[in-house]
Design a protein around this ligand. Structure first.
Ligand SMILES: NCC(=O)N[C@@H](Cc1c[nH]cn1)C(=O)O
Ligand SMILES: [Zn+2]
Ligand SMILES: [Zn+2]
Length: 481
């Protein structure tokens, strides 16, 4: 079904208003991983709910309970549900997105205040935390609602929304809610859903739109080494006591080698190597080493072979070291022996890996390696959160609709990609609802999600809004089974 011209014109003529709305959203620092910002995640839930309401969506805020973070008991931000349309002759699409963001501080190296949308007039780039991940795409759906409400046009499909505020911190509480809700059958908010669409990832490069049919899973660990009762003076205690930081660095250096090989026995080995046909798939994608170098901002690829690089992101597990809590990191030369340090690292998982079969290998390996150190300190390994990997059937009508919509908006066919990141709820929806899930990204590969100077190009925001709307029209054109 051709997307109506008045919808497409509306998106073009309301560009500035849409950017203004994104600016309002970016100004709310809804950092889910920082207890000090929890009230902002709640504010962002209210902002989003009021946006949906004003365009005729029936909404509900779902209390997801409480959880503990940094030893503090906190209320989880609510899930924001929405429902519009109940026409039995139309398909029903469930749209998921998240309104929380990763932490960001100017001192991390941002060129702009992270919680203020800054528009570069020359390039059209919209800088700000969450602009691409995931406030821009979430507001893309709101823009589609805005257009239809204002133009008094019926939507081509029934829509259900499920937006969460804890995605960047393990989606706590959401799986339990979805599973309990689905059990309600006919009374469930998700009853009658034909397919799920998520816009929360990125094109592979800066040129070619993409449809994404796979995600890596994740297992996130915290390894705590404790020793003295308090921080010590290194001049007084150095070479007299076992130092927690020394033990931790020794352990962390045994997790992954500089070439990216995971050193925990059994983890890399779980994944079967690709055959020639699969390698060809990666060779044929529109991607160059330069694309990685541009988005990473340096010439630091692990290999010069494009297929190996792409497989590293899409079909291999990876282990990344993220940080050490409790370590001295400030200016100056403090001569401290930290009493307790916690190393944080995560493993991105691919089939057949799951947190269930990888966690025991990681925990046993760390305990065995710690025993080899002969240290009198103590160790505790904790899995902070996890999610399974997901791979979808991309020959489904929902992907076909997205393919046609992409060609209509961008005049080019999309890349079919697997994403290196994780959105654990994807698999929950796929399994609990038994329907196809499509990832339809709005942003580009160089958006810098989770990084400094995160941005969304104005053209991606505007064309992306058209893409989301066109996808709904293409789905609407298909017959309801
Ligand atoms: N856009 C999806 C995304 O960024 N997901 C996060 C999820 C996550 C898991 N643990 C912490 N965050 C990702 O890092 O892939
Ligand atoms: Zn995201
Ligand atoms: Zn993210």
């Amino acid at each position: 079904m051709a997307t109506p011209l008045d919808f497409l014109d509306f998106v073009d003529t309301n560009k500035d208003r849409f950017i203004q709305r994104l600016a309002q959203a970016v100004e709310i620092p809804s950092v889910s991983g920082d207890p000090a910002h929890r009230h902002d995640v709640f504010r962002m839930a209210s902002f989003l709910e009021s946006q949906l309401k004003q365009y005729g969506v029936e909404t509900k805020l779902v209390d997801l309970g409480t959880h503990t973070m940094e030893g503090e008991s906190l209320k989880l931000p609510p899930a924001v549900l929405g429902r519009i349309g109940d026409d039995k002759s139309k398909k029903t699409i469930l749209i998921y997105g998240h309104f929380d963001v990763q932490p960001a501080q100017l001192s991390d190296g941002w060129d702009f205040p992270p919680f203020q949308l800054t528009r570069d007039e020359k390039t059209g780039r919209l800088y700000g935390r969450g602009s691409s991940d995931d406030k821009g795409p979430v507001l893309g759906w709101v823009n589609v609602l805005d257009a239809h409400h204002t133009l008094k046009k019926p939507l081509p499909v029934n829509i259900r929304f499920c937006f969460e505020g804890m995605e960047e911190t393990g989606s706590e509480g959401l799986d339990e809610f979805i599973l309990a809700e689905v059990k309600k059958g006919k009374d469930s908010w998700f009853d009658g859903v034909d397919a799920v669409c998520i816009s929360d990832n990125y094109w592979l490069n800066t040129r070619t739109p993409a449809l994404t049919y796979g995600l890596r899973g994740i297992s996130y660990y915290k390894v705590v080494v404790s020793g003295p009762a308090r921080d010590l003076h290194s001049g007084v205690f150095g070479r007299m006591v076992h130092e927690p930081m020394t033990d931790l660095i020794a352990l962390m250096s045994k997790l992954v080698d500089p070439k990216g090989n995971i050193l925990i026995p059994g983890v890399d080995e779980m994944v079967p190597p690709p055959d020639e046909e699969e390698r060809k798939l990666y060779r044929n994608l529109d991607y160059t080493l330069e694309d990685v170098e541009v988005s990473a901002g340096a010439k630091i690829t692990l290999s010069d072979d494009k297929a190996s690089i792409l497989m590293g992101r899409m079909r291999s597990p990876s282990l990344s070291l993220h940080g050490i809590e409790g370590a001295f990191y400030g200016a100056g030369g403090k001569t401290v022996i930290p009493a307790k340090v916690a190393g944080k690292f995560s493993i991105r998982l691919v089939p057949p890996q799951t947190p269930g079969n990888v966690d025991p290998l990681v925990i046993k390996y760390l305990q065995d390696e710690f025993a080899k150190l002969g240290s009198k300190n103590t160790i505790n390994v904790e899995n902070m959160h996890g999610g399974k990997p997901w791979v979808e059937d991309y020959k489904h009508w929902s992907y076909e609709a997205a393919h046609r919509a992409t060609e209509a908006v961008y005049n080019q066919a999309p890349d079919y990609t697997r994403e290196g990141g994780s959105i654990p709820v994807t698999l929950t929806f796929a399994e609990a609802l038994g329907v196809n899930v499509l990832l339809l990204p709005m942003g580009r590969g160089d958006d810098g999600a989770h990084s400094t100077n995160e941005k969304l190009d104005t053209s991606n925001f505007i064309q992306g809004t058209k893409l989301l709307g066109s996808y709904l029209y293409e789905v609407g054109a298909g017959k309801k089974a």
